[in-house]
Design a protein around this ligand. Structure first.
Ligand code: TXA
Ligand code: MG
Length: 327
């Protein structure tokens, strides 16, 4: 069983320590309860996907303590800053280009060069982010495909022991996830509706804000694909050898793999990455997007990908690779 704890100076410090140790926290916010992890630790972010039983990796919202902190991770122009000043802290997430080398795990952002940032208004959420001193990736605290949770009891019922500790601060008063506003295009676009409307934002920035939230769950939808890193090199899945010109994405021990021209893993050099030499799926998930990016070079005819078990996080990794192979 998970622990449901009343917020206090002591329990908030404990929650912060838990997050820094790579744990998962049930975090009260004004919209819904979040399943929070340190967004800079790939392993911790991998645990979020595992706990939610997500069949694939979506980019997550990164929660920060202030506008100043948001600027460490994302690039804001005058219009973006005006938006934050008007609506933060509050139920608005904004998507912007990432700053270079900002330390965010590539799994948290699904390998994209953009990031969704939010500064929640809930005093307990704010206290935890400040105490942890790290940005927190936090999707809604529920099993994938089920309802978002708005009370600590619902978090415990949905996630059970998969969440290490829940800070119980009563029901979320908005009860609906934050508005997601994409600031990376020519016109600000709402990708997910929430408590803050296009009109609300339009009034502040004195410019048009559109809705771009037509359902797009099918892999064919270009909008959906744009939100994930898609490799340019073809992927060859379930590979047991490396052909001439190919790079190798390994999983587990790879020394037995046959390499064209009698080469070895050493001679592959930078054309070889291993998701996890020990076969650890958490490690594999946290390395997935960074390794794909590293191997996705025009010099390679394809990326040969070794087989990965389809269980637990492996299913999400496999889903991502299959989409990459199909694209
Ligand atoms: O109210 C909320 O926002 C809650 C609480 C816990 O703060 N959090 C939440 O997070 O709903 P999450 O991770 O479930 O929502 C992520 C949404 C998804 O619709 C995702 O596609 C979109 O934000 N998103 C995140 N990063 C994105 C990016 N770089 N580009 C496009 N969409 C992005
Ligand atoms: Mg959700």
């Amino acid at each position: 069983m998970t622990r449901i704890v009343t917020p206090s100076t002591t329990s908030i410090a404990e929650a912060a320590a838990l997050l820094k140790a790579g744990g998962l926290l049930g975090l009260p916010t004004e919209t819904v309860y979040g399943l929070a992890a340190d967004a800079t630790q790939g392993h911790a972010v991998a645990r979020i996907f595992e706990a939610k039983g997500r069949p694939h990796f979506n980019p997550l919202i990164v929660h920060v303590a202030s506008i100043e902190d948001a600027q460490k991770y994302g690039v804001f122009d005058a219009q973006g800053l005006a938006t934050l000043q008007a609506f933060w802290p509050g139920p608005l997430s904004v998507i912007v280009k990432q700053t270079p080398h900002n330390g965010l795990s590539a799994l948290a952002t699904a390998g994209l060069d953009t990031v969704a940032l939010r500064c929640p208004a809930h005093p307990i959420a704010r206290a935890v982010i400040a105490a942890a001193g790290v940005p927190l990736a936090a999707p809604s605290a529920n099993i994938s495909g089920t309802l978002s949770t708005t009370t600590p009891q619902h978090v415990a019922e949905s996630l059970g022991a998969a969440v290490d500790m829940i800070l119980a601060a009563g029901p979320s008063n908005i009860g609906l996830e934050s508005t997601v506003l994409d600031l990376t295009g020519d016109v600000p676009a709402i990708l997910r509706r929430g408590a803050i409307s296009a009109d609300d934002i339009s009034r502040v920035i004195e410019a048009d804000v559109v809705y771009d939230d037509a359902p797009s769950d099918t892999p064919k939808s270009p909008g959906q694909l744009l939100r994930h890193y898609a490799p340019t090199c073809p992927l060859r899945l379930g590979a047991t050898d490396v052909r001439a010109g190919e790079a190798l994405l390994g999983f587990g021990p790879a020394h037995f793999i046959k390499i064209a021209g009698g080469g070895t893993l050493e001679t592959l050099g930078a054309a070889y990455k291993n998701l996890s030499v020990t076969g650890d799926l958490h490690e594999a998930a946290s390395n997935l997007f960074a390794h794909l990016r590293a191997l996705d070079q025009p010099a390679h005819t394809a990326i040969a990908v070794m087989d990965i078990p389809r269980t637990g996080l492996g299913a999400a990794i496999w889903d991502r690779l299959s989409r990459g192979a199909g694209a």
